[in-house]
Design a protein around this ligand. Structure first.
Ligand code: MN
Length: 261
């Protein structure tokens, strides 16, 4: 199978290459990612503006890598529609530094890039770490690769968009993999105001989570040491698809912990 890997933290991000190292074992891997960090870009595309694509050295042997001057979604679109048209069987986005939970899926560039795969009828997976510091990407990379193998084996059918969030724990401490729905987790926007020679300007930063972590949600899962797998977008997900996912995730968990029979 041919896999497209992208992200929103940029082509140099360690999470991207940790994931590349596992996905290159699953299929023919192409990495196409923004040249700079574009977190929070959501599904934005650079309409009617020039975008430059440059082939760069891959940090993983056997993969091809491209740096894109646009957004995460631009990177996915160009790879899918221009660089390798009709060739991808799977799109993976991540591994993001920091979670993409609850209402954040609507502003996440990680999810936004994966959304482009979904919109092109390619099975797509977004992967994020529920941590910002001292991150070990190993488990998230392995989970993504295990899910990719199941997509390749036809155990999950297109169209699909999975949003995976992984707690920063060793495999032995991962309690389960839950199929979840998005919580109402959100951030408060914090606006800083300052002045320069051209006048007043604003900087948006985000903090202070507003939580609604009830069982069954993505936030509850990661807060309880579990990997969250959320099928998106909500209204497009059938009961049959959720049932297929729920059949698959226990075996992924067993393989992750090395307890598969
Ligand atoms: Mn990011």
């Amino acid at each position: 199978m041919r896999i497209l890997l992208t992200n929103d933290d940029g082509i140099g991000a360690p999470g991207l290459w940790a994931l590349a190292g596992e996905l290159v074992k699953v299929g023919d891997l192409v990495v196409a990612a923004p040249g700079e960090e574009r977190s929070g870009a959501g599904t934005a595309i650079s309409l009617r503006k020039p975008i430059w694509v440059q082939q760069v050295a891959s940090q993983v042997e056997g993969a091809q890598a491209f740096s894109v001057s646009g957004t995460p979604a631009d990177s996915a679109i160009l790879a899918i529609s221009c660089l390798f048209p009709g060739e991808f069987d799977l799109v993976v986005s991540g591994i993001n530094r920091g979670s993409n939970l609850g209402h954040d899926v609507y502003v996440s560039g990680t999810v936004g890039a994966a959304m482009q795969g979904f919109l092109h009828n390619i099975p797509s997976i977004a992967v994020s770490m529920y941590a910002y510091v001292d991150i070990d990407f190993t488990i998230a990379a392995r989970v993504a690769a295990l899910m990719a193998r199941r997509v390749g084996a036809g155990e999950l059918s297109a169209p699909m968009l999975l949003n995976i969030n992984v707690p920063n724990l060793p495999a032995s401490d991962i309690a389960a993999i839950d199929v979840t729905r998005i919580s109402r987790k959100n951030y408060c926007d914090r606006i800083e105001k300052d002045y320069d020679s051209s006048g007043e300007y604003f900087i948006i930063t985000r903090n202070e989570e507003l939580d609604d972590a009830v069982p069954g949600t993505d936030l509850w899962a990661v807060e309880h040491g579990r990997i969250s797998v959320t099928p998106l977008p909500d209204r497009a997900v059938s009961a049959q698809f959720i049932a297929a996912l729920e059949r698959i995730v226990p075996s992924v968990h067993a393989e992750l912990r090395g307890t598969a029979s």
